[in-house]
Write a protein that binds this ligand. Structure first.
Ligand code: FES
Length: 104
């Protein structure tokens, strides 16, 4: 079971599609605002540990790893290019403009 922890990120200050890096409960995470939702996921690639800080979203809103270009769905973590890895994603919620992330 996860517990929602508050972050220093404010919803109305996030720029659509721009990655925000933060550390929360000893986890390095990336948060991105996309399609009016906040998405949170692990900051390192499950394949070989590349940093997603240098990654980007493609035209279909899939996360692209900068090292080997594997792609991941930021909603369910699925490895859409089929290599069999799973992106670790975290639930989010917004209360009074503050972004909370569910950590377990
Ligand atoms: S390290 Fe990300 S695809 Fe290889």
């Amino acid at each position: 079971m996860y517990q929602f922890l508050s972050t220093s990120l404010l919803w109305d200050e996030l720029i659509e599609g721009e990655f925000e890096s933060l550390k929360l409960a000893d986890k390095q995470l990336i948060v991105v605002k996309k399609n009016n939702q906040a998405h949170a996921f692990a900051a390192t690639c499950p394949h070989a540990g590349a940093s997603f800080c240098e990654g980007w979203l493609d035209a279909h809103d899939r996360l692209v790893c900068p090292l080997h270009k594997y792609r991941f769905d930021i909603v369910n973590g699925r490895n859409t290019t089929g290599e069999g890895y799973k992106l670790k994603i975290y639930p989010t919620k917004i209360e009074e403009n503050i972004i909370f992330i569910g950590i377990w």
